[in-house]
Design a binder for this molecule. Structure first.
Ligand code: PEP
Ligand code: MN
Length: 361
């Protein structure tokens, strides 16, 4: 899969003054709800209406979707409003039904992307399609798995593709329902700069008050579009009630969002940018030099531990170092999570260097 500009072609067919916007309920519930949502979305910048028909629930017994019958409701929504329609497909039968009902965008859910067998079957069912296929990230933070799914579609001669970043499941539930791990999406963007990248803030957030900030971050990171769960009566939604917003709220959010230019030709901007980049480059060099020096010291540690036959890991000392660094980081507003990540990585590398010395005959 080369860096083919062909990927952006489908996206360029939409008005791109604003971010590409997909909105609509987590699930289609009733004909009335689907049509009401569609008409309300018509007054927002939404270009495509989404609705889940087959819902992959983590636990059985939750609402599992209306099924095939709801495809007719979506078709009717499209006829009445002119909005394009999108739904999730999780197997070849879903694909057939969605194609029969002229669904414009088919997306692959996070629980499907994790399975290369499922993805392969769906990709084969869609072979040569001109429909738009959007691939959500897998539930686990694995860039290769995500890319693998994209490549399976591309290999079936499907080029109208894009990806949706919906966050990653984590055992430690904190602020987000699914942690964003922005770096994974940025890595994907670096590998395939022409692959349209869409944020799904609803499934990352899990709650409606975080949606605006997530959308703004995505635009600041040059994402191409947004997919936002929208419901006429969010609290009464049959699935994902806490994270859905009303069409009115959707309009407020889109109005507030700042679209930033990828670059500016103003010479002041360029000069400031260059100066800042030089400073950052020199700090990065300093960080690298310090790391190199630190690992040389690790080797010396290894040497004396070897001479005195002492184990590499000295827990007490390590906890003290971590504690001190977390406190220090806080004085500059660095998060504990960030400090832990860095120092665990540094410690791991340092253990490797010490091991090398200890194991040398
Ligand atoms: C959805 O979009 O409603 C959905 C089920 O999403 P995900 O596959 O990201 O969990
Ligand atoms: Mn949902």
């Amino acid at each position: 899969m080369g860096n083919s500009p062909v990927f952006k072609e489908w996206l360029n067919a939409f008005d791109n003054k604003n971010p590409f916007l997909i909105a609509g309920p987590c699930s289609a519930e009733t004909e009335k709800q689907v049509l009401e949502t569609a008409h309300l979305l018509k007054n927002t910048p939404t270009q495509v209406m989404r609705a889940g028909i087959w819902k992959p629930r983590t636990r059985p017994g939750n609402f599992e979707g209306i099924g095939k019958k709801a495809l007719k409701w979506l078709q009717k929504a499209k006829q009445e409003t002119g909005l394009l329609i999108a739904t999730e497909v999780a197997n070849p039968q879903h694909v057939d039904l969605a194609l029969q009902h002229d669904v414009d965008i088919l997306w692959i859910g996070a629980r499907t992307t994790v399975s290369p067998f499922n993805v392969q079957e769906i990709a084969e069912a869609l072979k040569d399609t001109k429909k738009i296929v959007l691939i959500k990230n897998p539930v686990n933070p694995d860039l290769e798995l995500w890319l693998g799914a994209v490549e399976r579609f591309y290999k079936q001669n499907i080029t109208n593709i894009g990806v949706i970043h919906r966050g990653f499941s984590s055992y430690k539930k904190k602020k987000y329902r699914n942690i964003p791990e922005w770096q994974i999406a940025i890595d994907l963007q670096n590998r395939y700069p022409d692959l349209p990248l869409i944020l799904d803030p609803s499934h990352i957030a899990g709650r409606r008050d975080l949606i605006f900030d997530l959308c703004q971050t995505a635009l600041d990171l040059n994402y191409d579009g947004l997919m936002i769960e929208t419901h006429p009566n969010p609290d009464k939604a049959w699935s994902d009630a806490k994270q859905q917003i009303t069409p009115k709220k959707l309009s407020e959010i889109t109005e507030k969002l700042q679209i930033r230019k990828k670059a500016s030709k103003s010479s002041d901007f360029q000069k400031n940018l260059t100066t800042l980049r030089e400073k950052v480059d020199s700090l990065d060099e300093e960080i690298m030099d310090s790391l190199i020096k630190r690992m040389q010291l690790a080797k010396e540690f290894g040497q004396i531990k070897k001479e005195h036959n002492v184990s590499i890991l000295q827990n007490e000392r390590w906890n003290m170092v971590l504690d001190k660094m977390i406190k220090h980081g806080k004085t500059g507003n660095l998060s504990e999570e960030f400090i832990l990540k860095i120092f665990k990585a540094v410690h791991q590398e340092s253990i490797e260097h010490q091991k090398h010395i200890l194991h040398k005959k």
